[in-house]
Design a protein around this ligand. Structure first.
Ligand SMILES: [Zn+2]
Length: 103
């Protein structure tokens, strides 16, 4: 049914979290839930996903990205940008990752 292996989709899923820096360099962002596409500048809501204890990342490090984008359309926090290198404008890809996480 899908031509995308599970491991690939799980890898892609990581790009949906703590991704402000990556989205800032993206021309197109896509919401995996509602499949809407929009620009970085359309995102006006971010949630803070701080690294938890045991994550191996120093607390408060300015180099650790903590902000996760929330979709301006449906308010689900699984947005991926094209700077991830993922085929975010490929409908088959978006359908596959949506299936993997929301069905
Ligand atoms: Zn959405």
């Amino acid at each position: 049914m899908t031509s995308f292996p599970n491991a690939y989709l799980e890898q892609a899923h990581h790009h949906g979290f703590r991704n402000k820096g990556e989205l800032a360099h993206s021309l197109v962002c896509v919401c995996i839930y509602c499949k809407d596409t929009f620009a970085f500048s359309d995102i006006d809501w971010w949630v803070n996903d701080r690294p938890g204890p045991g994550s191996g990342e120093p607390a408060g490090s300015p180099f650790v990205e903590t902000e996760t984008a929330v979709c301006p359309n449906c308010h689900v926090d699984l947005v991926i940008g094209d700077a991830s290198g993922l085929p975010v404008t490929d409908k088959a890809f978006v359908d596959a990752i949506h299936e993997r996480w929301f069905s």
